[in-house]
Ligand binder design. Structure first.
Ligand code: PLP
Length: 341
């Protein structure tokens, strides 16, 4: 089956650059970005800084490295970061903050909506006492598991952190999905944070890249961390061009992904064997009877539909390479499978 016939619901990272995106990559003006000479990288960094309301931006090879460079720019060796048990930066980044940053993570329980209760944050801030690590940073994530953190919650949490002398970081890998869902400007989702990391390679559809935003001083420190982590790239303008194209063409259409997630949820909900949670922005979570999981995955694969079935609760993600027709095909295949099983 040609890759274009696949309905790949595993993640919004699977998108392939469109013809228009490939054209701007091909034509990108480039220079050595380690020397600060790449005009296209500089344009991307300035564009996002302006969009999100920060002094400076830094192009990063991945969201993982962007979060780690941010943590290293905020924290000294032996400092502590407060973050959610479910946060990508705690759970899914190989323990980099501890291993490479010498930063102690203090994970805190996320409530069902992805927030961390303010009292829990306040109680976790350690007193200035040599027994304790120095609590230095609060890191939140929006969206988290597809769920949008409410802006009043974000303002209260960042306000509390700042009052107690902590810095704040937002893992905004899918910040543009949050903004689309709330119907606000992206900079409103970034407001109150000292740094924000956004992914270009998720729903925005670029092949590679994230951007870290912050003050000029913070970004200066992050440049050193990025170099240390091996993330200094040379003629990276070919990648940054894809990011600029994504920001110009793929932000407004995120609402389509959210609509397609709703469409998929509506078509799966009548299937008795499934419990459907969501949609939350471009994701839904479908719990499948455990004994059918492997057979379902194989059946769907036979119909050109890809799911990631690591647990009976399967995350289904819509993105710019899955249209309404693909959603309908996927829902029909789920229906056919459960009619037989
Ligand atoms: C994908 C993701 C990242 C990391 O991005 P990579 O580019 O895959 O390293 C960080 N945070 C969140 C919430 C993500 O979804």
């Amino acid at each position: 089956m040609a890759s274009s016939d696949l309905v790949d619901l595993r993640s919004d990272t699977v998108t392939r650059p469109s013809a228009g995106m490939r054209r701007v990559m091909h034509d990108a003006e480039v220079g050595d970005d380690v020397f600060g000479d790449d005009p296209t990288v500089n344009r991307l960094q300035a564009l996002l800084a302006q969009m999100l309301g920060f002094e400076a931006g830094l192009f990063m090879p991945s969201g993982t490295q962007s979060n780690l460079a941010a943590l290293m720019a905020h924290c000294q060796r032996g400092d502590e970061v407060l973050l959610g048990q479910g946060a990508h930066t705690y759970r899914y980044e190989g323990g980099g903050a501890a291993v490479l940053g010498s930063i102690q993570p203090q994970p805190l329980e996320n409530d069902h909506d992805g927030s961390i209760a303010l009292e829990r944050i306040a109680a976790a801030i350690k007193p200035d006492d040599p027994h304790f690590a120095s609590t230095r940073l609060l890191a939140l994530e929006n969206t988290i598991g597809g769920r949008v953190l409410p802006l009043p919650y974000q303002h209260a949490a960042t306000g509390l952190a700042h009052e107690r002398g902590l810095a704040t970081h937002l893992d905004g890998a899918r910040l543009f999905n949050a903004a689309a869902s709330l119907g606000v400007q992206p900079r409103e989702v970034a407001a109150g944070f000292d740094s924000v990391s956004v992914c270009l390679s998720k729903g925005l559809g670029a092949p590679v890249g994230s951007v870290l935003l912050g003050s000029r001083e913070l970004i200066g420190r992050a440049v050193r961390a990025r170099k240390m982590l091996g993330g200094g790239l040379r003629q990276a303008g070919v990648l940054a061009a894809a990011g600029i194209y994504a920001l110009e063409h793929h932000v407004a259409r995120l609402a389509d992904d959210h609509a397609n997630a709703r469409r998929l949820a509506d078509r799966l909900r009548p299937i008795d064997a499934l419990a459907v949670d969501g949609p939350h922005t471009n994701m839904l979570f479908v719990t499948v009877p455990e004994h059918s999981l492997a057979a379902l995955q194989a059946f769907l694969r036979g119909h050109g539909i890809l799911i990631m079935a690591r647990s009976p609760t399967v995350r289904l993600v819509t993105h710019l390479d899955v249209g309404a027709a693909g959603v309908d095909r996927a829902a029909a295949a789920f229906g056919e499978f459960f009619a037989r099983h």
